[in-house]
Design a protein around this ligand. Structure first.
Ligand code: HEC
Length: 116
């Protein structure tokens, strides 16, 4: 019993020390990696329009990656308050909390910008 759990622990340590491929998931201590990880899971609903990494494949949907955080945050606040309206984006923004807006704007700003 005891030996088993020690083995399990060793296996875990072994597996986690080997799995360095996804840097986003492995390093929780680094604030940037943490931001990317949290942002990515919060941004799942944004990806269908704005692209997986905030780089949109469709001209009607602006790319968000690498834009300034202040600009992204201001846009989200404006859609949420109704100061700015868009048939698709207003509904998205109305569901966001202040913390979501903070996270999402920091996340997309931290992603590499579209090359075009
Ligand atoms: C159904 C499609 C759709 C989804 C899903 C969506 N958006 Fe958008 N978004 C748009 C469109 C279309 C625009 C451009 C609106 C306009 O031109 O006013 C936009 C604009 C924006 C802008 C402003 C960009 C600029 O250039 O001013 C931001 C920031 C943004 N979206 C963030 C998000 C975030 C964060 C999410 C996820 C919570 C999200 N969007 C989900 C369609 C979408």
């Amino acid at each position: 019993m005891k030996t088993n759990s020690v083995c399990a622990l060793l296996m875990c340590m072994l597996i986690s020390s080997c799995s360095e491929q996804p840097p986003v998931a492995s390093d929780t201590a680094d604030p940037k990696q943490q931001l990317l990880r949290q942002g990515q899971s919060r941004a799942v609903s944004c990806a269908s329009c704005h692209g997986q990494q905030g780089v949109s494949a469709i001209a009607a949907y602006p790319s968000l990656a690498g834009r300034s955080q202040a600009e992204l945050k201001a846009a989200l606040l404006a859609y949420r308050s109704g100061e700015k309206t868009n048939a698709l984006m207003s509904a998205q923004a109305s569901a966001l909390s202040d913390a979501d807006i903070e996270l999402l704007s920091a996340y997309f700003a931290a992603l590499p910008a579209a090359k075009n």
